[in-house]
Design a protein around this ligand. Structure first.
Ligand code: ADP
Ligand code: ZN
Ligand code: ZN
Length: 831
């Protein structure tokens, strides 16, 4: 197995082995022997260069052992990091995630690490245009690679190997990345040019005050440079990050004088993207007073966290939860603890960033998947050393290496986008946060970091956990400023003539006119370009329902049948309406684009804009639109789910929900929960300041219980009804769902495989298996899909056992020749 061409490979192993995680979907870790000369360097959490199947990878050392494995091992080729880039907590999180969400630690690693930490033979290095061509600071070997990069702009790792004519190239590449000569190409990167500016920083050597004092006291000549240095130190203290332009302006110094200090390697100049790392002073400013209700709520949260590690904060929309978080963050910050503030990706807008920066200035950093690789590495390291204290981010920020985490806030905890869909790990960041936090136990304390889950419409699971006593529960029932929750009017659209137009009832139109005349703003909500069409009787509004469940049926195009997702039964398309005998069926489904067009006709004097996945590509466009609306340069915003996410607008007095039926007809056991959450959240955008807002919900099925509950803003009644449904049908939180999706390009093969797997599973888990059945969208990218739904009981300590059983049966299926090429994907706690 060993490579005879390389001396290192023949070195006798001192009897130490390392388990290494590779960033691949491999079922296990791999064991490598540790050569004697690397013995002192190999530590858990460090990256090592290893070979697997003739390819090289940078893997992470998980554990070190002196137990000899029963098989022949290859040696570790190199150690890339002088100190671990991860803490033990993260390795634990990875392991838990892999087990709980039924994937491999390698897949977790691939999701968790920034691209720059992941190297393999396939990696492509890209020359950093900003590096210039002065390579005098590089070693000979680095220089060779840098020159090749300068000429070719891109190199594969295998090409780097040819350039150097040696096999152990990873340490050199790592150095080149550290020195910013090149970066790792990432296919998914958005190719927009980020505006960069020069920042001035002190050579880290002088962070040591004695060294700095010695340098200053011993200053010879160049008094202007001295003045400039002092000006720099002053600015750094008061303003945080120092812009070169600012420094020169404030000190009155010249660029040449700055260059003098740079040549002496006292100061350094770095290019940074301006919209990201803001130059804000590192101070904390709490410039508001709590209302009485907030005061009580805040005290209750503090007390709750003393008793239990997780607290659910149920506060109505506009109650001022963000302000409660702010004071909580301040508390942990002053104790010297790190804080992680999680938000759904879409809600991570300039608005919330500004709101938090107002209070925490440069102490808060934003971790976003769209950040460039270099910035992500910098943040990673600053969080690991504890330099960065407060992090605001979307779900993947959970993977950051916190040093002493004190608090995680999961804002809008009900939000479905906390769950990663594809690829694995298909984790829910809210639930993983609860696990991760508990790992931060300090000596002498029995609990780890604390978690606050916040929402106006908590997920059924979290509320259940709170009522069961697993989490504590704190409520904030009034809006800040004593404003009433919006008044909700439900408009029956059956009598409204539509004539191929978007449904805007006279009531809604009039209310819009009134709001716009009063110089207020309007939000209209339409759910996502529903690719789940449903049938509705054009005469009486009847929507076909399942005979066995209280769920609307979904029209499946491929089978031309109506399907029920609760019990998997199918029905032929109805010819005549069982309620009125009409045969005038309408297929329901209209998009935001059409609405925008029509509104422009009907309200020619007003500015209308649309916000959905098609109109706002990328984060910038989304933020810009929000800002335009905030500044009242738009009057009406038509949007999908995107308009719902935690935004705070002053002048919105009216919200219209165009098609509530569409929300209530999704084929999923969470349909009622999602519909309630969406409608309550979108309503929550109305009348947040000054006066009570108004909401108009258009529906044909006006008697639907969820609509009534939204009208009364009655979350608790909603929960009581919903939890009873869940209990009856053995859905979460009473069971734990594992959804298996089988994929293959041949329809018959995948159907047979699904039948076979269901049969195997039923041997051990018979009552818990539903299906197989074809999903609503049963063919994606030329692959046919079949699903098996498993509802596992929540017996203590059994979860892993069940998952192992499922794993085994999947492996059994894959070992059968005809099903070898069928892919099986497991999704735990589907969303
Ligand atoms: P929620 O997140 O609960 O929907 P927000 O935190 O967005 O509510 O608060 C609603 C509005 O009330 C915001 O504009 C916020 O700035 C304002 N607000 C909340 N609490 C206070 C306070 N204590 N002092 C001043 N303004 C507040
Ligand atoms: Zn009818
Ligand atoms: Zn059914």
């Amino acid at each position: 197995m060993s490579n005879p061409g390389n001396i290192l490979f023949n070195e006798p192993s001192p009897g130490v082995w390392a388990d290494v995680i590779l960033p691949l979907a491999l079922p296990q870790t791999y064991t490598y022997s540790v050569p004697a000369h690397l013995l002192n360097k190999v530590q858990p959490g460090c990256r090592v260069e290893v070979e697997l199947k003739n390819k090289k990878y940078a893997g992470i050392v998980k554990t070190i052992t002196d137990k000899q494995p029963a098989w022949q091992t290859k040696p570790i080729i190199n150690v890339l990091d002088d100190e671990p880039i991860l803490f033990p907590q993260q390795l634990q999180l990875w392991q838990w995630m892999a087990q709980y969400y039924m994937c491999s630690e390698g897949e977790v690693m691939a999701a968790a690490l920034p691209t720059h930490f992941k190297l393999s033979s396939e990696t492509i290095l890209v020359y950093n245009e900003e590096a210039g061509d002065d390579f005098s600071h590089l070693s000979d070997e680095e220089f060779l690679v840098a020159e090749a990069l300068l000429i070719k702009k891109e190199l594969r790792l295998t090409e780097v190997q040819q350039v150097l004519d040696i096999t152990h190239v990873y340490p050199i590449i790592k150095k080149l990345i550290d020195k910013k000569v090149c970066f790792v190409w990432e296919a998914m990167d958005e190719k927009y040019k980020v505006k960069k500016e020069n920042y001035v920083v002190l050579n880290p050597f002088y962070h040591n005050e004695e060294e700095l004092a010695a340098k200053v006291n011993d200053w010879k000549g160049a008094p202007k440079q001295m003045e400039l240095l002092l000006a720099y130190l002053h600015l750094e203290k008061t303003a945080g990050d120092v812009l070169q332009a600012d420094l020169l302006k404030k000190s009155g110094a010249t660029a040449a004088q700055l260059k003098g200090l740079v040549d002496k390697d006292i100061l350094r100049v770095e290019k940074r993207s301006v919209d990201r790392i803001k130059s804000l002073p590192k101070n904390v400013e709490i410039d508001f007073e709590f209302s009485k209700a907030q005061e009580a709520c805040s005290a209750a949260v503090a007390k709750a966290l003393e008793e239990k590690p997780v607290c659910l904060l149920h506060g109505v929309t506009g109650s001022g939860k963000t302000q409660v978080y702010v004071k909580l963050i301040e508390k942990y910050f002053t104790e010297g603890k790190q804080v992680l503030y999680l938000l759904p990706e879409i809600a991570l807008t300039a608005q919330i960033i500004r709101r938090l920066q107002k209070h925490f200035g440069g102490n808060i950093v934003i971790y976003h998947s769209k950040f460039n690789n270099q910035e992500r590495i910098e943040l990673w390291n600053k969080i690991r050393t504890g330099e960065v204290k407060i992090v605001l981010g979307a779900r993947s920020a959970l993977f950051l290496p916190f040093k002493n985490l004190g608090l995680i806030i999961v804002d809008e905890e009900h939000d479905a986008s906390y769950k990663q869909q594809d690829p694995a790990p298909r984790y829910n960041a809210r639930d993983a946060a609860v696990y991760y936090a508990a790992l931060f136990k300090t000596e002498g304390s029995t609990t780890g970091a604390k978690v606050v889950l916040g929402s106006a419409t908590p997920s059924v699971e979290s509320y259940f956990n709170a009522l069961q006593g697993k989490y504590s529960l704190v409520e904030l029932n009034e809006r800040f400023g004593g404003i009433h929750l919006p008044a909700i009017e439900i408009v029956d659209t059956r009598q409204v003539a539509q004539k191929g137009k978007v449904m805007i009832s006279p009531q809604l139109k009039e209310a819009m006119q009134q709001a716009l005349d009063a110089d207020h703003q309007v939000i209209l909500f339409q759910n996502r370009r529903g690719y789940n069409p449903y049938l509705i009787c054009g005469a009486c509004g009847f929507i076909p329902q399942c005979n066995h469940c209280s769920v609307s049926l979904t029209l499946h195009k491929y089978s031309n049948k109506l399907h029920c997702h609760y019990c998997a039964s199918q029905y032929p398309k109805l010819i005549t309406c069982p309620a009125c005998g009409s045969s005038n069926w309408l297929e329901k489904n209209f998009g935001t684009e059409k609405i925008e067009e029509q509104l422009e006709e009907e309200f020619p004097k007003n500015k209308i804009a649309r916000m959905d996945v098609d109109s706002v590509r990328g984060k910038k466009a989304h933020d810009n639109l929000i800002q335009l609306f905030e500044q009242h340069r738009l009057d009406v915003l038509v949007g999908t789910q995107m308009v719902v996410k935690g935004l705070d607008f002053d002048k919105v007095s009216l919200v219209g929900i165009l098609d509530a039926d569409g929300l209530l007809s999704f084929a999923d056991f969470r349909v009622n929960e999602r519909a309630f959450q969406l409608m309550e959240q979108v309503s929550g955008r109305a009348g947040r300041k000054k006066e009570q807002g108004k909401v108009i919900i258009q529906a044909t099925n006006t008697k639907h219980p969820v609509l009534q509950l939204v009208q009364q803003h009655d979350y608790k009644r909603f929960y009581d009804i919903e939890i009873e449904n869940r209990r009856q049908f053995f859905y979460p939180p009473y069971s734990r769902i594992v959804l298996l999706t089988l994929k293959h390009k041949d329809k018959t093969i995948v159907e047979n495989a699904a039948d076979r797997l269901a049969l195997l599973l039923r041997q051990d888990l018979k009552d818990y298996i539903t299906g197989p059945a074809a999903p609503v969208v049963n063919r994606i990218r030329n692959q046919y899909l079949m699903e098996i739904l498993i509802k596992l009981p929540k017996e203590k300590g059994m979860s892993l056992t069940y998952k192992k059983i499922i794993h085994n049966h999947i492996n059994l299926l894959s070992s059968e020749k005809q099903f070898k090429s069928v892919a099986v994907v497991a999704d735990v706690d589907t969303n």
